[in-house]
Design a binder for this molecule. Sequence first.
Ligand code: FDA
Length: 304
Amino acid sequence: MEAVLRNLFQSLAKNPSANRMAKKYGLRFGAKRFVAGVTIDEAVQAVRQLNLDGRLATLDHLGEFISTRQEAQESLDMCLATLDAIHESGVKSNLSLKLTSLGLDIDRQLCLDNMRQIVGRAQQYGNFVRIDMEDYSHCQPAIDLYRELRQSYDNVGIVLQAYLFRTEQDVDDLNELHANLRLVKGAYKEPATVAFPAKEDVDANYRKIIVQHLTHGNYTAIATHDEQIVQFVKKEVAERGIPLEQFEFQMLYGICEDLQKRLVKEGYKVRVYVPYGRDWFGYNMRRLAERPANVWFVMKNIFR
Ligand code: FDA
């Protein structure tokens, strides 16, 4: 049953019609648990709350499945407006974004130009931009674009996914740039030709690439809610003498709040990924796919 639900949610997440349809409505199906709001003001307010107990944030203006230059322009405007709002409000947050929302599938040059504007604006503010990793078909294009940006900017990082066979090599290759990486298990449905099908193999590879990147001396964001991985990281950094300034834990808005707060109290840096915007559907479906038990949460909220 769990596998059926997982597949269902993963398919819905990448269904363009369902995503487009959902945009017309405010947050539904329990999305309020995972999405901070629809407007920038709501998102900034959510970050302010997190900052109160010492949690940092990364704001993400949700956007997927765009198909026109006009939509890419709107995403660009929202990313710039988010950076402006962070700067003006003084909240402690950087920015996360998806390259497809900035036109990667429409015109690579357009996407690169958009990214230059965003990373350039962040640089003016002394802020940082993280490129989220999408499905496998976008992995190489994202890494190539990241490399190109790094020729001009230092304040940009990318995400790599432990479920992909290629990632161990990517971590090694990106060491030459001392890349600031967010390492995750991976959220998309990928075939066994490119990704480990078994969870224990993903977890083992995750441990491996975390140690690999940390011991290269690079900044590492460990983005997980898996307490065993968190314990593993705490033990490894203590034993290897890796300073607290070289890594941070990251978790998603609305998930494992107690763990987030506990880690802050223990002195670790914790950053919460705070998504907002009208394009909440795909993001919400991926959260349900990760933990089909969340479906009960949806059922309770369905008529709200
Ligand atoms: P795992 O799935 O093993 O879960 C461990 C435990 O965490 C579960 O048993 C449960 O208790 C809790 N948990 C996990 N997910 C939950 C949920 N949805 N609801 C409630 N509880 C949950 N992926 C990607 O492909 N590209 C990206 O750019 C990013 N970016 C990103 C940023 C941040 C800050 C985080 C935390 C995660 C991502 N991800 C991502 C998602 C990531 O790949 C992965 O799908 C999720 O983090 C779930 O995996 P865990 O590491 O939490 O472990």
